[in-house]
Design a protein around this ligand. Structure first.
Ligand SMILES: [Zn+2]
Ligand SMILES: [Zn+2]
Length: 339
């Protein structure tokens, strides 16, 4: 489907309601979801077009309209991309991404492709000391990867294969290694440039796309404890489940506008495989990846392959959609970003 175009508009300074902060955006990552929005994807309940996208946001707190010791004006913060109700069973269990009344930044509420954004203070975490671009990518590329890894429940020293090498795929590999340096990593990628980058990171790679990937990796590495899919391709589950050992988990993080198939059911049933969806992350995932970044175990800065100013938003989107070899994450930087 054709990619629409975005229009940059002047607007009044946004008001900061009680419980919110106004943030001067420094960096905002372009994610596959932003491309789906430009193609007119079906919005979650309660959201309507037009939307201002942008849910991978880092910026400086300009005005704080809440009593909190967690952040102060002048802090660099990362915005968690979801604002849940805080009181339902999912929220109380710490799985705030499963809240039925959840609001999404860049869908329900105006997102981070702007100079200023307002968002609940309770959904921001301090990230002083990180670069704005690295901090922004923690919000989704890293935190969603962290959630996917929680769901994958790899054993210590386990084997993980990631399908796709964009921001989230790269994030999943990097977060897995940051959490357990003994983990064995494999990936399925399309371009030689991605393959080279991941090999340098210690990942066994099948290059050339999904077809035949499982057979090749099974032969070279044996079966996997988990497969995480961020490839955005409808064929990924059917190929990926054949990589799993008995009891293995397939974690689906792709948004695909197509019917999914899992291949034949016999192996799925007889091997007690599990198929799990992953949606964004909870606050604890974001806190965990910020902590990994602060300790130098996660270098999200390395995922920035392209930078564009906000005035060149449509160009940033075209790069993210075209994915020239070497593309990982495109980051939009606002004027005056001290990077
Ligand atoms: Zn995203
Ligand atoms: Zn809730």
């Amino acid at each position: 489907m054709n990619l629409g175009a975005a229009t940059l508009r002047e607007g009044p300074e946004p008001e900061t309601p009680p419980g919110y902060a106004r943030v001067k955006v420094q960096a905002c990552g372009v994610c596959a979801t932003d491309l789906h929005l430009l193609r007119g994807m079906v919005l979650p309940r309660g959201a309507t077009y037009p939307v201002r996208p942008g849910h991978e946001v880092a910026g400086i707190v300009e005005e704080l309209h809440a009593k909190t010791s967690a952040i102060s004006e002048g802090d660099l913060v990362v915005l968690h991309p979801l604002a849940p109700c805080g009181g339902c069973r999912a929220c109380l269990q710490g799985e705030d991404q499963r809240c039925e009344a959840v609001r999404a930044l860049g869908m329900h509420d105006a997102g981070g492709f702007a100079e200023k954004v307002v968002w609940p203070v309770s959904r921001m975490l301090r990230a002083n000391g990180l670069t704005p671009a690295a901090a922004a990518l923690l919000a989704d590329a890293a935190a969603t990867a962290h959630n996917a890894l929680r769901l994958a429940r790899l054993p210590p020293g386990g084997a993980l294969c990631v399908l796709g090498a964009g921001g989230l795929g790269t994030g999943a590999l990097a977060v897995a290694k940051a959490l357990d340096p003994t983990v064995r990593l494999a990936a399925v990628v399309r371009s030689e440039a991605s393959a080279e980058r991941l090999r340098a990171f210690g990942v066994e790679v099948h290059c050339g796309g999904l077809e035949g990937a499982a057979r090749d990796l099974r032969r070279r590495l044996g079966r996997m404890d988990a497969v995480i899919d961020f490839s955005g391709q409808a064929e990924a589950p059917a190929e990926g489940v054949t990589l799993l050992r008995r009891g293995g988990r397939f974690v689906l993080g792709s948004v695909v506008d197509a019917q999914l198939t899992l291949g034949t059911s016999s192996a799925f049933m007889a091997h007690e495989l599990q198929f799990i969806g992953v949606y964004v992350s909870g606050m604890r995932d974001l806190a965990a990846v910020i902590d990994l970044a602060h300790h130098g175990r996660l270098q999200a800065e390395e995922w920035v392959s392209h930078r564009r100013p906000l005035t060149e938003f449509n160009d940033a989107v075209a790069i993210a959609a075209g994915r020239p070899p070497g593309t990982v994450r495109v980051v939009v930087e606002c004027d005056g970003a001290e990077d």
